[in-house]
Design a protein around this ligand. Structure first.
Ligand SMILES: NC(=O)c1ccc[n+]([C@@H]2O[C@H](COP(=O)([O-])OP(=O)(O)OC[C@H]3O[C@@H](n4cnc5c(N)ncnc54)[C@H](O)[C@@H]3O)[C@@H](O)[C@H]2O)c1
Length: 262
């Protein structure tokens, strides 16, 4: 387990399964955690379930003042900030037909919200002698998918932003990395499948070398590792927690060459 003793982390999107599972991994490593989200009922319930080392703060990441307030509340409650995990996202996407308003809304949440949260947390990290930021990319930022545009482009941008943040913040001893999950058991997968895990795994199986969905705690463990001193050599990189989704090519796992000779 990653050692996060004495560390304080903020997790945007902390009210959803992937967010709170990452928060759980951070807490289990010894960190104090603030869940920042707009889903207040869920966020408060999750924080309460996780005990006194985890609190919930209503934070709309498209609103600079709310980001400031979240950071201030974190410092007041836990004494500083060492880690920021940018999980929050929107799936707003009308593909090629997306309007300007939709583009701007999606990028505001998925990209700019994460960028400004990082910018605003940096002074607090400097006070602590450094820190770690983990952004959320996705397989969707690396491969085209039917019907998608805004989400995919924002996730590709996150991966690019991560490299540039890493370069700009290296002198402050702040490491910046991203994780890019494959299809992961999550609120979204639960809702889309009608809470049918077996069905979701069956659909995901041919797309992932591991033959199933990624578990949220597999993503959470990677987040906790990236926040820990064990990852001191990693910055500006993306870790594909995607069960082999992007390792596979168009030939998938089938011996296509044998079709030539067969
Ligand atoms: N679910 C998957 O299979 C999968 C795959 C790859 C990557 N991801 C990434 O994992 C992360 C979580 O995805 P998810 O599927 O659990 O999504 P989700 O929609 O369940 O969760 C998103 C969370 O962000 C919050 N949020 C939305 N707008 C916000 C705002 N303006 N301010 C603050 N919080 C806001 C929502 O309330 C919600 O709790 C995302 O970054 C997503 O891109 C998910």
């Amino acid at each position: 387990m990653a050692d996060l003793t004495n560390k304080v982390a903020i997790v945007s999107g902390g009210a959803t399964m992937i967010g709170w599972t990452a928060a759980q991994a951070l807490r289990d490593g010894g960190a104090k955690v603030v869940l920042a989200d707009i889903a207040d009922e869920e966020g408060q319930r999750v924080a309460q379930d996780m005990g006194p080392d985890v609190i919930y703060e209503h934070t709309d990441i498209t609103d600079d003042k709310q980001i400031d307030a979240c950071i201030a509340a974190t410092v007041e409650r836990f004494g500083g900030v060492d880690c920021l995990i940018n999980v929050a996202c929107t799936y707003l996407d009308n593909g090629i037909d997306s309007t300007r308003d939709e583009w701007l809304t999606a990028l505001n949440v998925n990209l700019v919200g994460a960028a400004i949260f990082a910018q605003k947390v940096v002074p607090r990290m400097r006070e602590r002698g450094g820190g770690a930021i983990v952004n959320f990319g996705s397989i969707s930022g690396k491969r085209a998918q039917p019907g998608r545009m805004l989400y995919a482009v924002s996730k590709a941008a996150i991966i690019g932003m991560t490299r540039n943040q890493a370069l700009n913040l290296a002198a402050d001893n702040i490491r910046v990395n991203s994780v890019s999950p494959g299809w992961t058991w999550s609120n979204v997968m639960r809702d889309l499948s009608g809470d049918n895990r077996a069905k979701a795994d069956k659909v995901a199986a041919p797309l992932h070398l591991i033959g199933r969905l990624v578990e949220p705690d597999e993503v959470g463990a990677t987040v906790a590792f990236l926040c820990s001193n064990d990852a001191s050599g990693l910055t500006g990189t993306d870790i594909a927690v995607d069960g082999g989704y992007t390792a596979m090519g168009p030939e998938q796992t089938v011996d296509q060459v044998s079709k030539l000779t067969g």
